[in-house]
Design a protein around this ligand. Structure first.
Ligand code: NAP
Ligand code: F7E
Length: 335
């Protein structure tokens, strides 16, 4: 049997880990791309490094020649582009770098596919941040994009150029529009991981305080292990297409804090408002406060996805509850 070959850009990230695990299980040969600066062997992909079906190449989405060369050498069946400067807040500080990686880097992959082997199937990691400020209660594939950050704007370019290459050159190029998805492998500076790690450390007497930004934005949080299954299914369809991947439930940051505190059995009480809002422990000590440095110049207040199309066509739905996601994150925190 001929084995399928896949290239994963962004293999060292959270989704890179879960997708590699899935593809290796499905007997793929996986070629992962890491940067010179990637922390490899990292705790995320170190378990794959000695597997014969997993190969690592140096590359960078800001270096078009590296993308071209890797695709030319490997000539894969599928390319999954998970690589990005993925932090929305940071994108306000590094907007040009963010656009180079998240927008122009995607175009460079598509151009390489067009010139080297048009039969390669391509997946682009799009995001609910493309919806940005929206009036729609549930966002679907039909919702108009209105991004509120350099990150979101660059991802809109990537989404649309992927559609252009699909239409103009008949390349099998598909977009996922994924809502927030987390796991114990989430980067430390995303809010869920920050909350779970900090509250666990506070409970264990290893940290005094958790400092947050906007407590009232709402997000639709799923588990990354569930979401990479959808990513894989998107490339196994007969036709290229775009799909919203979401749970359909929403939760504020404050509610996420409360759920986490309950799971780790840390009693907290909120008082005050605005920048003066705090949470205290059972002894009245302040353990959570707010700092405006964690607020963004523009905020996306509300995201909740409608994944009906994915349910119908991909036969996909989110399986892991928010409580189970938080429990998995808590269980994997250092004791
Ligand atoms: P992540 O953990 O931050 O991983 C990002 C990956 O991109 C890392 O492997 C990183 O490599 C790589 N990367 C960054 N800059 C690069 C460059 N210049 N050249 C090559 N690789 C580069 O992100 P994730 O949560 O797994 O998300 C995966 C993708 O889905 C991203 O595109 C993200 O924007 C998108 N997305 C994520 C979510 C979510 O909630 N997680 C939702 C929607 C869309 P290093 O190790 O070298 O830094
Ligand atoms: O922020 C608020 C913050 O950075 C969530 C990325 O994977 O999902 C992610 O982007 C919310 C925002 O994720 C802090 O203002 C409050 O409203 O965890 P986050 P994100 O911006 O939603 C999308 C779908 C992606 O595509 C991205 O790649 O939480 N918030 N206090 C905070 N956020 C952070 N990071 N840190 C705080 O202290």
């Amino acid at each position: 049997m001929i084995r399928k070959k896949a290239i994963i850009f962004g293999v060292t990230g959270q989704d890179g880990y879960y997708l590699t695990k899935l593809l290796l299980k499905k007997n793929y040969i996986v070629h992962g791309i890491k940067r010179r600066s990637s922390s490899v062997p990292t705790n995320r992909i170190s378990s794959f490094l000695n597997q014969k079906n997993f190969k690592i190449h140096y590359g960078d989405l800001t270096d078009t020649s590296s993308i071209y060369n890797i695709i030319k050498i490997v000539k894969p069946d599928e390319i999954y582009n998970l690589a990005a400067q993925s932090h929305v807040g940071v994108s306000f500080y590094t907007p040009i770098f963010t656009a180079n990686v998240n927008a122009i880097g995607v175009l460079a992959i598509l151009e390489a596919i067009r010139t080297i082997k048009k039969e390669i199937k391509f997946y682009q990691a799009g995001t609910s941040e493309m919806f940005g400020k929206t009036k729609e209660k549930f966002q679907s594939e039909k919702t108009v994009f209105n991004p509120q950050s350099p990150y979101g704007a660059a991802k809109v370019f990537a989404h649309q150029i992927t559609q252009n290459y699909r239409d103009a050159y008949k390349i099998f190029a598909s977009n996922g529009i994924l809502f927030n998805h987390e796991s114990h492998l989430r980067g430390d500076n995303f809010v869920t991981k920050k909350i779970v790690s900090s509250l666990t450390r506070i409970k264990n007497g290893k940290q005094k305080k958790l400092v947050l930004g906007n407590l009232y934005s709402k997000r639709d949080w799923g588990h990354a292990a569930d979401y990479v299954e959808a990513i894989y299914k998107i490339l196994q369809q007969k036709k290229p297409d775009d799909f919203v991947i979401a749970t359909g439930r929403d939760c504020t940051i404050k509610e996420f804090v409360n759920k986490t505190a309950k799971i780790i059995n840390l009693g907290i009480k909120w008082r005050g408002n605005g920048l003066n809002e705090i949470a205290t422990d059972k002894n009245g000590k302040t353990i959570i406060s707010i700092d405006k440095k964690y607020f963004r110049p523009l905020e996306v207040d509300y995201l909740k996805g409608n994944a009906a199309k994915a349910k119908k066509i991909l036969k996909w739905k989110s399986k892991i509850s928010l409580e189970d996601l938080i429990k998995e994150m808590v269980q994997n925190e250092p004791k």
